[in-house]
Structures are given as C-alpha cells and as structure tokens.
Design a protein around this ligand. Structure first.
Ligand code: FAD
Length: 394
C-alpha cells in the first residue's frame, strides 16, 4: 500500500460500484478502514436480474455480490439501512439520518440513480410500480400474481425486459413509448426495429409516439387503465412506469461539488474536491485526458470505474478510458452492445432472421465505434477486444 494512501475510504452507497471498490482495494493490499454506507436493507446486490431471472425465481440470495462472511473476513464494514444526509468537506465528515457522524480520509460517492418520476395524474395509485431495487422487484412479483393486464410506460431496456417477463408469466402487456422507436437513446434504428418485430411477434401490444395523459382509478382507488394522449383508454390493472433514471447527485450538489448530468469527475474519477471521488451511475466521468464526459448506466462502468479508482488510491493512477459494453435480455433475445454509437455516421448490418441473429456495426468516419449484436455472443466478445485496443493509449 502506498504511503500516500488515505487512512480510510468511506463510500456512500453500497451497490455495484461501492462493493467492487472495497473488493479491489483489499485485493490491492489496502490496509486502512473501509466503510460502505447504504440506505437499502440489504448487502450489495446485482440489479440486472431484477427485470430478468429474479422475476421468475424470486431468490434474493442469488443476487448478492458477496456474502456477509466475505466482508467480515476482509474487514469491510457495511452499514445497511443507513442514509447519509450531508457532507462536511472542511471537517471531512459525513452525517447519517440518525445524527451519527463518520470521519473519512477519502470519500467515494457511489449513490447510483433513482427512477424518473412522471408528473401525470394517477401516478401514485395503488397498482402503479417503478423498478429500481429489490423491494420494487418483490412488489412487482406480487402484483403480477393478481394482475391480468399491465400497461408499461416506457420502451427502454427496463420496460422491454419487464414486458418479456410479464408475458412469460401469462400477463397481457401494453407498452407505450413516447419516441418513434424503442430504446431510442441507446441503440441503432435497426436494433429498435428488430426488437419491435420480435416483441410484437410474441404478442406484445406496442404503441410508439404515444403519450399517457393520466392513469385511471377504479371505484376503490386502484389502477383501472391509462388514458392516452390521443384520448384512447387502455384497460389495465397494473402500471409499470419505466421512464428512465436520474443520478443521485443531491448530496454532492449540497456540498458544493461540480454537477452536470451527475457528479462531474476528471479522468481519475476525482470530483472538484480531490478528497472526494465519484463512480457508477451517479458520476459523469471524463473518458481519457482529452476525452468526452459520459455518464453511463451499466454494471461494466460501475465495476471498471471502481477498479480504476482503487488503483489510484493504492498509488497507481491511470486515466480512465475503458470502452463501454452493455447487455439486455428480452425473451429469447440477448442484445449486447460494445462501444457507444453517439455521432456514428455509417452502419453496416448483417442478419440471420431464422436464427434470430443480428449484427450492426456503427462507424464515425472510418473508425468503428459500436457493435450491436443479438444472439451473437462470440461477435460481441470480438468487438469488445477490438474496441478496447482502439481506446488503449498509443
Ligand atoms: C432492473 C434493472 C435492470 C438492469 N439491467 C442491467 C443490465 O442488464 N446490464 C447492465 O449493465 N446494467 C443493468 N442495470 C443497471 C445497473 O444495475 C447499474 O448501472 C448499477 O447497479 C450501477 O451501480 P452503482 O453502484 O452506481 O449504483 P447502485 O447499484 O444503484 O447503488 C447505489 C446505492 O446507493 C444508495 N444510496 C443513494 N443515496 C444514498 C445515501 N444518501 N445514503 C446511503 N445510500 C444511498 C442507493 O439506494 C443504492 O443502494 C439494471 C438496473 C436495474 C434497476
């Protein structure tokens, strides 16, 4: 451990990024105190299965990133159900909701993100759900047991994954997306079209360019349906709102750190205060010394940023410039994305419709920037290797 390493590392948030940070610090020989403070009543767990396998199997122990004995053996202190309410940068202390104060040598903001709340009438009715954490997933599972028809607001990854698991459980689903295509923020038009056909062929009722005016109650105050912008009423006894997420950056804002679409960091994951870093969904990270700032919402980014930060705290700083990758499972289709397609001006596409396979390569000028594949895992791995070697320093 470097002699300049902080005597303690305290992380706010005990999710994917914070857990990886603690693991990497101990693996790298860090001997100081490590404390993870999370407001959920669980050890750090994996969120992706919440909209996939967990809906079917309902086994929370399978979600845990590590068991309690791992944290005990590695002297990693985890505080669950503990909410941090403020940061005192001068005193290098944080305050918990109950008034307790914790000192930090280095503070890491790994606070993740929360669901975007829609301000439409009826969004607070019984039977309206949002999915972010394990408790939401349990609510979704139990509601699915009594519901017959779910309206899903939002055709991004979570809305579409949920549509697939609802369908597999025998529920009818109507999906309402305001944009002209599915997953529009993240995937190419070719991939949007592919998934539109796939979900429709499996029986999904999908409406594009459709807004929701309000969620309608029945006489008992439960969801009875949704009224669309065009005036049509869709019957439904449950509603899932999946309208994207916003970064949890309020603590950082209140502490006077630089905020712009999340907590802004340099390419070493440092915020505008060198004693505080930010990683994961809450962080808008510079990719490489001259690179763009990007706030990514993925397991890969949370894990790679945590590893990079651990190395810096152990005295081996390297600019962060990992190439991004992501996956989404929707029914029998595994979508995998390597790279980011922003600014792409040219595409080439290959497909084997009978085998449910698709590949879309996106280029900016001559440079390959993104490869999207459906049910082609070997091509995805190849693309990750190619893109990683392109982002490595010369
Ligand atoms: C249903 C679902 C499916 C997903 N599927 C995929 C997928 O297929 N592929 C993929 O790459 N990614 C997926 N993701 C995204 C992925 O899970 C996130 O990118 C990842 O969890 C980010 O890690 P994080 O540590 O930044 O945030 P989180 O894991 O969200 O952890 C942040 C923690 O901080 C806590 N916190 C916030 N503020 C405070 C505070 N003031 N005090 C104490 N604690 C606080 C939060 O409650 C939370 O527990 C999915 C997410 C969801 C919700």
């Amino acid at each position: 451990m470097s002699e300049n390493a902080p005597d303690s590392v305290v992380a706010i948030g005990a999710g994917q990024a914070a857990s990886q940070l603690a693991i990497s610090l101990r693996q790298g020989g860090y001997a100081g105190r490590i404390v993870l403070i999370g407001d959920e009543p669980f050890l750090p767990y994996s969120r992706p299965p919440l909209s996939k396998a967990y809906f079917k199997d309902g086994q929370p122990e399978r979600l845990l990133l590590r068991k309690q004995d791992f944290y005990d053996k590695n002297a990693i202190e985890i505080r669950t159900s503990a909410r941090v309410v403020s940061i005192d940068r001068d005193a290098r202390q944080i305050r918990l909701a109950g008034g307790e104060v914790v000192d930090y040598g280095h503070l890491v903001l790994a606070t993740g993100a929360r669901n975007r709340v829609l301000s439409i009438p009826g969004a607070d009715l019984a039977g309206v759900l949002m999915l972010r954490g394990l408790q939401d997933a349990d609510r979704m599972r139990s509601l699915a047991g009594s519901a017959r028809h779910v309206a899903i607001i939002g055709g991004g990854f979570i809305g579409l994954e949920a549509a697939a698991v609802f369908r597999a459980a025998g529920l009818r689903g109507t999906l309402l997306e305001a944009a002209g295509r599915l997953m529009a923020r993240a995937v190419s038009p070719q991939v949007s079209d592919h998934f539109l056909s796939l979900h429709r062929a499996a029986g999904a009722d999908i409406h594009l360019q459709e807004t929701v005016r309000r969620i309608l109650p029945d006489a008992g105050g439960k969801v009875a349906g949704v009224e669309l912008g065009c005036g049509t009423i869709v019957d439904a006894d449950a509603v899932l709102i999946a309208a994207g997420i916003v970064p949890n950056d309020d603590l950082a804002r209140d502490a006077g750190l630089r905020i712009d679409n999340g907590i802004v960091t340099d390419c070493f994951l440092a915020t505008s205060d060198p004693a505080i870093s930010a990683i994961g969904d809450c962080a808008n990270v510079q990719h490489g010394p001259d690179g763009p700032h990007l706030r990514l919402e993925s397991v890969q980014a949370a894990v790679d940023q945590a590893k990079n930060l651990a190395a810096r705290l152990l005295g081996q700083p390297e600019p962060y410039r990992k190439s991004a990758w992501f996956w989404s499972d929707q029914g029998t289709a595994k979508l995998q994305i390597a790279g980011l397609r922003h600014g792409a001006d040219r595409f080439d596409t290959g497909a084997d419709p009978d085998a449910g396979k698709l590949i879309v390569r996106s280029y900016r000028g001559d440079r390959l920037v993104c490869v999207e594949t459906v049910n082609m895992p070997a091509e995805h791995m190849r693309a990750r290797r190619d893109l990683e070697s392109e982002t490595a320093p010369a």
